[in-house]
Design a protein around this ligand. Structure first.
Ligand code: SF4
Ligand code: SF4
Length: 159
């Protein structure tokens, strides 16, 4: 499948599902959309042409595309990273599971509130779609490996 179509399928899979059944932005005053020049959301391969044109695209130190916004966007054209936040589909080479993104700075990661099952299921489906193109699969694998490495480090440090 073409990478752009993979991304569109991911957007459709998520639909209107959000981390909680209610607006979680009320918990934190929409912290994840506060942005800033040095903060941004990673773009998946094929996404650059699909997102809101007012979002600035830069690159991180690894040459990955990063979306930097001014704190508002056309919600129907927000990046996939924003749609799945604070979860990440994690691919271990065989199956997809969901986990809190280790980079997420979000009150939901404390686990005190239960993430919507429909949202969790949709993020898992996103992971399965991302396996349907070599570039999106490679990107997901890279993110998953980073996540696993970070968790190993946390275990070693006991944090
Ligand atoms: S930081 Fe977390 S709780 Fe706050 S709006 Fe974003 S996803 Fe919801
Ligand atoms: S692009 Fe939109 S959804 Fe994503 S952080 Fe910016 S304002 Fe929030």
């Amino acid at each position: 499948m073409k990478k752009e179509n993979v991304i569109k399928s991911c957007y459709s899979a998520l639909g209107k599902y959000t981390p909680l059944e209610v607006d979680c932005g009320q918990l934190c005053d929409g912290f994840c959309c506060k942005g800033g020049e040095n903060l941004g959301m990673l773009l998946f391969p094929g996404e650059e042409s699909l997102i809101d044109g007012d979002i600035t695209v830069t690159e991180d130190a690894n040459g990955r595309k990063v979306a930097v916004c001014n704190g508002s966007c056309d919600r129907s054209k927000r990046p996939l990273s924003c749609r799945i936040y604070p979860l990440l589909p994690v691919f271990d080479g065989e199956k997809i599971e969901t986990a809190f993104d280790v980079r997420a700075n979000c009150p939901l990661t404390s686990g005190e509130l239960e993430i919507s099952r429909r949202f969790d299921k949709a993020v898992r489906r996103v992971g399965k779609y991302l396996l349907l193109n070599e570039e999106t699969k490679a990107f997901l694998t890279e993110l998953s490996e980073e996540q696993q490495e970070y968790n190993k480090l946390k275990d070693i440090l006991g944090v």
